[in-house]
Design a protein around this ligand. Structure first.
Ligand SMILES: [Zn+2]
Length: 185
């Protein structure tokens, strides 16, 4: 939604050096940043765009210029030595999550697995209208939360509160979310 370029600057990452972009799903707030507002490609060195097979139809119109570099993900696959793509369909047919590993632990970049953190951690069975297949989305959410509630596991979500990176712990019948820094704004 226009914020990714400043966010990369803030993180000290030069987007001209980025060769691979991993997309969680086809919704425009997750994919539009591939093309800058002036119509140019946002990542000049882009070689591959990873996205779930069920979501590849999004690369038309404004996103057409990168279509030839799309790598469809239909099963668990290693993107590099520290990143694995894992299909987690439900929110969209091609919804995909990415596990990033380092010496500090495992970070799951999970796209739109949760939209309403104040509700869906406590009650993971609650789905909402933007989940294309609510039953499938629920199954994916429950499985990922169970996996996340282990030591040294972290989650990064697009619709979590800022800063968007947190730890998940079991709480009652659901889970609690512990942000790594105080939420901003
Ligand atoms: Zn979405």
């Amino acid at each position: 939604m226009g914020l990714i370029y400043d966010a990369l600057d803030e993180a000290g990452i030069d987007r001209a050096q980025i060769t691979d972009v991993a997309i969680t799903h086809r919704h425009e707030d997750h994919v539009s940043g591939l093309i800058a507002p002036d119509g140019s490609e946002a990542f000049a060195a882009l070689e591959r765009v990873w996205i779930g097979t069920g979501d590849t139809s999004v690369f038309t119109g404004r996103l057409e210029p990168v279509r030839e570099r799309v790598v469809p993900v239909s099963e668990k696959v290693a993107i590099n030595d520290w990143t694995t793509a894992l299909p987690a369909p439900g929110h969209t047919p091609g919804h995909t999550v990415y596990e990033v590993r380092s010496g500090a632990g495992r970070l799951l970049v999970w796209g739109d697995t949760v939209h309403v953190p104040t509700l869906q951690f406590d009650r993971p069975n609650v789905a909402w209208e933007f989940d294309g297949d609510q039953s499938q989305a629920r199954t994916a959410r429950v499985a990922l939360l169970e996996q996340l509630a282990q030591p040294q596991h972290f989650v990064a979500g697009a619709h979590l509160d800022s800063p968007g990176v947190a730890r998940v712990t079991p709480s009652g019948d659901g889970y609690a979310l512990e942000y790594l820094a105080p939420p901003i704004g």
